[in-house]
Ligand binder design. Structure first.
Ligand code: FCB
Length: 443
């Protein structure tokens, strides 16, 4: 097992302008829930049987109180950048105005990071839709896209030039498919019509927000973060390959093709009339707004086979897997990056999330997570291979800075390079955190 992270001496990833960062999201770490409006994840957590350990985000890592020491921690890792998300329900009131107290919370963080010369990558929507907006239809209501634009407008004016990069959305696939189509994430709605509608309104929200971000913050970089789970056929049989292509179009290309080609994948025509999204004239042009960067989140791949009744069936992932059951298959990251690069005219790419849940053990005050170091090593190699093959990757963010609320898995799955004791809120840098630091500082 790898104990030391390293890259070949000639690697572009050792150049000082390759950005290394750590990532978090508001709902997963902040807590401080009584100082913001309720959001769909609060409601989802309160619904029995939705979150495995019955937990919620009311306190989480209490970053709301501990943000100063957390910034010291980030700084101690020597990273170039920190990717965080803004809690929409913390910074906007029910009537749609700015909530000054909430905005100040983030201004303090942004100013502290600036002092330390740490670049800030902001994500405007990492899944915590204000509940009152859900109550008027959430992402099924076209109007939510315009509400998101207005929020992006106000917040980017308030932050001035403190933000290096804005991503509009994190993983619209998860918001739409997991949240509105199969219901395993908030708000727990079900049905293909819901999923397809939500996906379109999310992408529209993204395009509308790009317009105001460019206007308010012309010197920062604007883009979006998509997750990709590359699809592989179970066998070479044509039927399995077709199933895998369909799944790829449905889960991956659905979200990227509109951004670069201004259209959904062909399979949209195979979806019944009543499940079609409501695409209005001009929408696809708004969605295809030019991007300064594309954020790519990668964790694993998925394998599919053909079926008599369904367009595809996913088969169980082979070993090795991480503690959350996701197969470790780094080669899919290289292939993903090169294939996206072949298919689309891409802007610079950041790997905005990559990391692993492992069954960490705190022994005598330390966590020797060699399995996680190994995961990072093989995925850093995979990124390096893609760069050698001509893909313009400019940075890499470890998911996550610290253990946190892992959505429907609650606090049971730990993704941090820093361990969090949820009783005491003590943070302990894991061996992977020290290795990440060493890799970065040795450049
Ligand atoms: C991604 C999410 C992130 C985290 C990781 C493990 O889908 O963006 O918040 O939960 O998975």
């Amino acid at each position: 097992m790898t104990v030391k992270l390293s890259l070949p001496k000639s690697s572009n990833m050792l150049s000082p302008d390759f950005i290394y960062g750590v990532a978090t999201a508001a709902f997963q770490i902040e807590g401080g829930a009584n100082k913001r409006l309720p959001c769909i994840w609060d409601t989802f957590c309160d619904t029995p049987q939705k979150v495995i350990d019955g937990s919620n985000g009311l306190i989480a890592c209490d970053h709301f109180s501990l943000w100063q020491q957390d910034i010291e921690l980030i700084d101690s890792l020597g990273v170039d950048a920190y990717r965080l998300s803004i809690s929409w329900p913390r910074v906007i009131t029910q009537s749609g105005d700015l909530n000054t107290e909430g905005v100040n919370f983030y201004l303090n963080i942004l100013n502290a990071l600036k002092k330390k010369n740490i670049k800030v990558f902001v994500t405007l929507y990492h899944w915590d839709l204000p509940q009152h907006i859900e109550d008027s239809g959430g992402w099924l209501n076209r109007d939510t896209a315009y509400k998101f634009r207005d929020y992006a407008d106000l917040i980017s004016q308030a932050f001035g030039d403190l933000v290096h990069s804005y991503a509009t959305l994190n993983e619209p696939f998860c918001s739409s498919y997991l949240g509105y189509e199969i219901g395993i994430h908030a708000p727990g709605k079900i049905g293909q019509a819901n999923g397809r509608k939500a996906a379109h309104h999310l992408l529209l929200a993204h395009g509308l927000a790009m317009q105001v971000l460019n206007k308010n913050s012309p010197n920062s970089q604007h883009g979006i973060v998509l997750n990709f789970t590359p699809c592989y056929p179970q066998s070479n049989a044509e039927a399995d390959q077709a199933a895998s292509r369909y799944a790829d179009d449905y889960f991956n290309q659905w979200y990227i093709k509109p951004l670069f080609d201004g259209e959904y994948p062909e399979i949209i025509n195979q979806i019944s009339n009543e499940n079609q999204p409501d695409i209005q004239p001009g929408d696809m042009e708004i969605i295809a707004h030019p991007l300064d960067f594309l954020g790519v989140n990668f964790y694993t791949r998925a394998i599919y086979k053909a079926d008599n009744k369904l367009p595809y069936v996913q088969v169980a992932p082979p070993e090795p897997t991480t503690d959350i059951g996701w197969e470790i298959y780094p080669n899919a990251l290289t292939t993903l990056l090169t294939s996206l690069n072949d298919k689309y005219t891409l802007p610079p790419i950041y790997i905005t999330e990559n990391g692993a849940a492992m069954a960490d053990e705190l022994i005598d005050g330390s966590i020797e997570d060699l399995d996680r170091i190994d995961y990072y090593q093989v995925h850093l190699n995979a990124v390096n291979d893609a760069i050698i093959k001509g893909v313009n990757v400019k940075g890499y963010f470890a998911w996550s800075l610290m253990d946190n609320f892992e959505w429907a898995e609650g606090y049971l799955k730990r993704f941090g390079i820093v361990h969090v004791n949820y009783n005491t809120q003590v943070r302990t840098i894991k061996a992977s955190g020290y290795e990440y630091k060493r890799l970065i500082s040795n450049r």
